[in-house]
Write a protein that binds this ligand. Structure first.
Ligand SMILES: *Cc1c(COP(=O)(O)O)cnc(C)c1O
Length: 239
């Protein structure tokens, strides 16, 4: 019964987030159709993903390769669902993820690009990716440096089965979401230096606490978990 109740709440929570996206777009004169909502379902059961799907949600984000594989298999009847891989990608997990995920948000090294190229070539697909940039310089944060981003972009251009369609970032967690603004603006500027929106159309930035700020700075993909699925418990993050 309690999981029914949780599932029933998902539709309302999703509506509230979609309204938040529409409001943020209205404030800066953007078309809400330019901003895709990625519902981050990591650690959450497949029943809640089904509930979100029933409420019209199609894009879902996962952080762990095995968990992604499990969910792809369990939800294979939802034929138009799109999976986004947003967590750190170990080389030995590339095989699991490529071909299952519409978009990999977290590519940060040349060896990952090489591994994705190899796997995508084997599957005869073109894998779309984003380059994750660490703009705060925090050692604990994933992502490449601003300086290295052009080099990674060139590595993608040389890989026929990898297509880089934009940049992703995760600012340091701050009490006040407005503190994310400088990082979001930096990512947009970096994108513009690297060729602008015709070359790199996507900016993946903004989570539950700061997606409205991200939209004001040009986000085209917002990754929202907690506001849709509730707080996470990390009992078994590796499944
Ligand atoms: C978990 C996660 C999110 C979602 O965070 P919320 O605060 O729950 O919205 C977004 N992006 C990445 C990379 C994540 O790991």
């Amino acid at each position: 019964m309690s999981s029914d109740t949780d599932a029933a709440a998902i539709g309302d929570r999703l509506s509230a987030v979609r309204q938040g996206i529409a409001d943020a777009c209205a404030r800066v004169g953007r078309d809400p159709a330019e901003v895709a909502l990625v519902a981050v379902s990591k650690t959450k059961p497949v029943e809640l993903i089904r509930a979100a799907y029933a409420a019209g949600q199609r894009d879902f984000g996962e952080n762990y390769a095995q968990e992604l594989r499990h969910k792809v298999e369990t939800l294979s009847d939802l034929s138009d669902i799109r999976w986004h891989f947003i967590g750190p990608l170990q080389r030995n997990k590339v095989k699991i993820v490529v071909g299952h995920a519409t978009l990999l948000h977290s590519i940060e090294r040349v060896d990952q690009i090489d591994a994705v190229e190899k796997r995508a070539a084997t599957l005869d697909v073109v894998q779309q990716i984003l380059l994750q940039v660490n703009l705060s310089g925090e050692q604990t944060k994933a992502g490449t440096t601003e300086q290295q981003t052009a080099l990674l972009l060139r590595a993608c251009e040389a890989a026929p089965h990898v297509r880089c369609v934009g940049l992703m970032t995760m600012p340091p967690l701050a009490e006040d979401p407005r503190q994310s603004a400088t990082y979001f603006e930096q990512l947009r500027q970096l994108r513009d230096e690297l060729g602008g929106p015709t070359i790199l159309p996507h900016l993946s930035m903004g989570m539950t606490h700061d997606f409205a700020v991200a939209i004001a700075h040009g986000a085209t993909l917002v990754r929202v978990g907690t506001a849709i699925f509730g707080a996470r418990q990390y009992r078994n993050p590796s499944i």
